[in-house]
Design a protein around this ligand. Structure first.
Ligand SMILES: Nc1ncnc2c1ncn2[C@@H]1O[C@H](COP(=O)(O)OP(=O)(O)OP(=O)(O)O)[C@@H](O)[C@H]1O
Ligand SMILES: [Mg+2]
Length: 235
């Protein structure tokens, strides 16, 4: 069960791309995500799902409004601070895996641990090996992404997202580029992380089977939360 601590909270968050004709990506987003919550973001193509996820993942900054992560107001943080928070507290899974082609699965998973520098080399190896094994990739640890299937690569990407034991996992259509069988495997893994490991997960998805297992469905239309979600954010 999720407890009541909001791990991510936004108030009136808006992102406008400047230009001759400014483009509003998302508008007036007030949301609260609790520790252990499994939330999916759904909405039509172009409605602002990825834009919202990028803001929640500190990959983009709002032009107005606020975002708190782990109780801290992130408004005044500079790029270095944001990068270190992303590395330490957030894990990302995208539709396309973005693994480094010349690195093995192990090395890809160890990369965020190396950057954080909290574990010894031996501990990093152990942890990466274990994470990959937990995701059903025992025996594949030394393969490069090009030697693996799409579903296996996405599992490596999930292991990489878990590398630094993040507070929140953010996923943008993690099953969107997979065949049906692999997509079921990846879906089950994310469900398991949410329900058995009590991970906080925010995932953009078009997949109703993926969404139906979530604790909460956040709907976005034309860059705004639908009334129901906006109401819930205040309660
Ligand atoms: N760099 C940009 N310049 C101009 N418009 C942009 C830019 N990035 C996003 N947009 C527009 O902002 C809106 C929201 O985009 P976003 O990628 O967040 O949608 P989405 O809900 O993730 O869509 P999809 O389901 O297709 O991935 C879209 O109308 C998009 O065209
Ligand atoms: Mg998108």
């Amino acid at each position: 069960m999720a407890d009541a601590t909001p791990v991510l909270r936004t108030r009136g968050m808006t992102r406008v791309l400047p230009g001759e004709v400014p483009v509003t990506l998302v508008e007036d987003i007030s949301l609260s995500i609790r520790q252990g919550e499994f939330a999916v973001i759904m909405g039509p193509s172009g409605s602002g799902k990825s834009s919202l996820l990028y803001l929640l993942g500190l990959l983009d900054r709002p032009t107005s409004g606020q975002l708190w992560l782990d109780g801290e107001d992130t408004s005044g943080f500079d790029e270095d601070r944001l990068a270190s928070i992303r590395l330490e507290k957030l894990g990302f899974v995208f539709q396309f895996h973005f693994l480094l082609a010349e690195f093995s699965a192990m090395d890809n998973v160890m990369l965020p641990m190396r950057k954080l520098g909290r574990l010894t080399e031996a501990q990093q190896r152990d942890r990466a090996h274990g994470l990959l094994a937990d995701l059903g990739l025992d025996g594949h640890q030394h393969k490069r992404p090009g030697q693996m299937s799409g579903g296996q690569r996405q599992r490596v990407a999930i292991a990489r997202a878990l590398a630094n034991d993040p507070l929140v996992i953010l996923a943008d259509e993690p099953t969107g580029a997979l065949d049906t069988k692999s997509s079921i495997v990846v879906r089950e893994i994310l469900h398991d992380l949410a329900h058995r490991q009590n991970r906080t997960i925010i995932a953009v998805t078009h997949d109703p089977d993926f969404a139906s297992a979530a604790d909460r469905q956040i709907h976005i239309v034309d860059g705004r939360l639908t009334d129901n979600d906006a109401w819930r954010a205040e309660h």
